[in-house]
Write a protein that binds this ligand. Structure first.
Ligand code: GLN
Length: 196
């Protein structure tokens, strides 16, 4: 399997390290900075970073369209933090990020406010038998979700982990913790997509 990490800006190397730790020898992780690579990948990762910067570059390189096509063909997408903002259908009060509209959610950027710029939280995650310690950094939150979206975890009024079919999005940073359960879930989605 070949996994493509959108490597325009942000938490790229951390995702690569975690992927390499949990993959089999024959699997490959590639960095995507230009058009033409996404169609060769069986799964895509949109990392955390600055969603306005990443959005601008996704559009100017033509990678945005390729991601949309890959996702609608059923290829699994893991989107974390700024990535969650990018894959949303709608972004609250925002015009500088062009949403890719891969999942039926409305997100608010930096939703936890400046006083909670960064924090950790023990999340109860649907399908996990033990709590998951999540790292939040200027995190977005899901304020609304359509009926086909499965909410996996929430903090107060905001969902922070959600899945709709082949798209898994997280408001926190799974690449910054030793707990690999979300990466393992993503690999499972990739294996299942490959078999069908
Ligand atoms: N607040 C950032 C944004 O909207 C995301 C922060 C992050 O990815 N750590 O782009």
């Amino acid at each position: 399997m070949q996994i493509g990490i959108i490597a325009l800006q942000g938490d790229v190397s951390e995702h690569i390290d975690v992927m390499k730790k949990s993959l089999k020898g024959t699997d490959l992780v590639v960095q995507i900075r230009r058009a033409g690579i996404v169609p060769l990948c069986q799964g895509l990762v949109l990392p955390g970073g600055e969603s306005t910067t990443i959005s601008r570059q996704l559009e100017s390189t033509g990678i945005a369209n390729e991601i949309k096509m890959a996702a609608s063909a059923g290829k699994p997408v893991l989107a974390t933090c700024a990535g969650l903002v990018l894959v949303a259908k709608e972004i609250e009060g925002n015009s500088s990020v062009k949403p890719l509209e891969l999942i039926d959610i409305k997100v608010g950027r930096n939703i936890f406010g400046p006083q909670r710029n960064s924090f950790e939280a023990d999340l109860d995650v649907k399908g996990f038998d033990k709590p998951y310690k999540a790292v939040f950094i200027r995190a977005p939150g899901i304020v609304n979700a359509g009926p086909d979206v499965d909410i996996l975890a929430s903090i107060g009024d905001f969902a922070v982990a959600a899945r709709q079919g082949n798209v898994l999005c997280l408001a926190f940073h799974p690449e910054l913790t030793v707990d690999l359960r979300f990466h393992q879930l993503f690999f499972k989605m990739m294996r299942q997509a490959k078999e069908t």
